[in-house]
Design a protein around this ligand. Structure first.
Ligand SMILES: Cc1cc2nc3c(=O)[nH]c(=O)nc-3n(C[C@H](O)[C@H](O)[C@H](O)COP(=O)(O)OP(=O)(O)OC[C@H]3O[C@@H](n4cnc5c(N)ncnc54)[C@H](O)[C@@H]3O)c2cc1C
Length: 421
């Protein structure tokens, strides 16, 4: 018998992690509810496109029986990327070079918009699984149960709480006192409707795919969406509270454009059209990361998945994939009859999650560092041109393989030994 037989599970947060977990648990007959602060499924604009990875995001969707649905809604070609400099000059173009990766290949990373991904997951759940407009303000342990108190004044009692409530998780402090640390980078996210009309030059440059632009220790990533809109994000080094202390009103595009001109002075005026639409929505996103070596003692009735568990910057495109794979590993642990109690099942999941995050987080921080250094463009081109080098280094008691882009290799004085990718 599985340890969560007859137990009520509350998942806090209906993002990709929480919804995937709800689906996987329901397939095993578990009593599960998702408490989501949004007042309904349409209230919040869903951000840019996501690439799902074969070994994580897609593996979870496969287990959830939703791969065929995914194949109906993903956007072939949306992953094709142009690498450009700050003058929008194209240096590498996957539209010309194409990719040979096929669905199911390890390197194939099909793109799907966040909205359709969310719909696939929502439509797979039993009616009323997601309880909208339940913004959790606090939780309280009462005996072996938890009381969840919502902003709307209501509350529920549940047996097990799973925090899937993202970057600023309210559940995290009940699991660990570890806090995310400041990475030194702020992203500014924007979304433009009807890109063909509102930002025609960038729309043409985008060609239905992605743009990675690098220059002067700053980056700009643009991605197309299936509904004709586009999502973009600038990123650069800032003070931690720049988004408040700069006193920019992010609802006023003129103020944001003035900031861009001042902060990205070397960048071509081509980019300005991203900031010129009065209806453009801007969201500053200061980037934090949980410590890569984090660990905590498993509890018997509460745990975390996704950004709540291991927040990190998005520069390796792993956040959604990790969140969905967490859901897969946690659902497998909780429903595996070999565990005699919930603490052992949760502990088994958390141990695997810690290990995965230590590795994936390291790659993510590596990307964060090199994407914001003066040689980012050349390094990115090296990666696209498959000019990345594998170097074996002796660390403590064992050999480790590390992957080095040219500027880092030069800086630390390693000779190239093997090209990879
Ligand atoms: C600009 C940007 C670009 C990114 N690009 C990529 C990418 O290309 N690929 C990738 O893999 N990842 C990317 N990420 C990261 C990715 O968005 C996250 O890692 C992912 O969404 C985490 O999923 P989650 O389910 O853990 O949390 P979230 O998606 O954050 O979902 C949390 C949910 O919980 C709800 N919630 C929060 N607090 C409460 C509360 N108190 N009560 C009730 N509900 C609550 C929220 O409304 C939300 O629906 C990007 C992030 C940013 C900021």
């Amino acid at each position: 018998m599985m340890v969560i037989q007859d137990k009520k599970i509350a998942i806090v947060g209906g993002g990709p992690g929480g919804l995937t977990l709800a689906r996987l648990l329901q397939l095993k007959g578990v009593d599960v509810k998702v408490y989501e602060r949004d007042i309904n499924k349409d209230v919040r604009l869903q951000g840019g496109a996501l690439d799902l990875h074969t070994e994580s995001g897609l593996a979870a969707l496969g287990k959830a029986g939703l791969l065929n649905e995914f194949k109906v809604h993903y956007r072939p070609g949306a992953e094709l990327t142009r690498v450009v400099d700050n003058q929008a000059k194209i240096h590498s173009d996957q539209h010309n070079e194409g990719t040979n990766a096929k669905f199911g290949d390890k390197d194939h990373r099909p793109e799907i918009d966040r909205g359709p991904l969310r719909d696939i997951l929502l439509n797979s759940l039993k009616p009323d699984t997601v309880v909208w407009d339940t913004h959790i303000l606090s939780i309280e342990q009462i005996g072996n149960s938890w009381k969840l108190a919502f902003k709307n004044g209501e509350s529920v009692i549940t047996d097990i709480v799973i925090g899937a409530d993202g970057a600023n998780s309210k559940i995290r402090p009940f699991v660990t006192n570890i806090k995310p640390y400041w990475t030194g980078i702020t992203m500014l996210e924007g979304s433009i409707k009807d890109a063909k009309k509102t930002a025609p030059v960038i729309h043409d440059l985008l060609k239905g795919g992605k743009i990675f632009a690098y220059g002067n220790e700053k980056t700009l990533i643009v991605s197309s969406k299936g509904d004709g809109s586009l999502g973009f994000a600038t990123s650069c080094k800032t003070d931690e509270f720049w988004h408040k202390e700069s006193r920019i009103d992010f609802k006023d595009n003129k103020q944001v454009l003035a900031w861009f001109k001042k902060t990205f002075p070397e960048w071509s005026s081509v980019w300005w059209e991203l900031f010129e639409g009065e209806k453009t929505l801007f969201i500053p996103r200061p980037q934090y990361c949980m410590p890569l070596n984090q660990k905590w003692e498993a509890k018997s009735n509460i745990t975390l998945i996704g950004d709540a568990a291991h927040l990190m910057p998005p520069f390796a495109g792993e956040g959604v994939n990790m969140a969905m794979f967490d859901a897969l590993q946690l659902s497998e642990s909780l429903t595996n009859p070999k565990y005699l109690n919930t603490q052992a099942a949760i502990g088994n999941y958390e141990q695997q999650m810690f290990k995965r995050f230590a590795k994936i987080g390291q790659g993510t921080l590596f990307n964060t560092e090199w994407m914001h250094q003066p040689n980012a463009l050349n390094d990115m081109l090296a990666m696209f041109g498959k000019n990345i080098f594998k170097q074996s280094v002796f660390l403590g008691k064992m050999w480790l393989n590390v992957y080095l882009v040219p500027s880092v290799r030069k800086a630390i004085g390693f000779a190239p030994v093997q090209k990879v990718f």
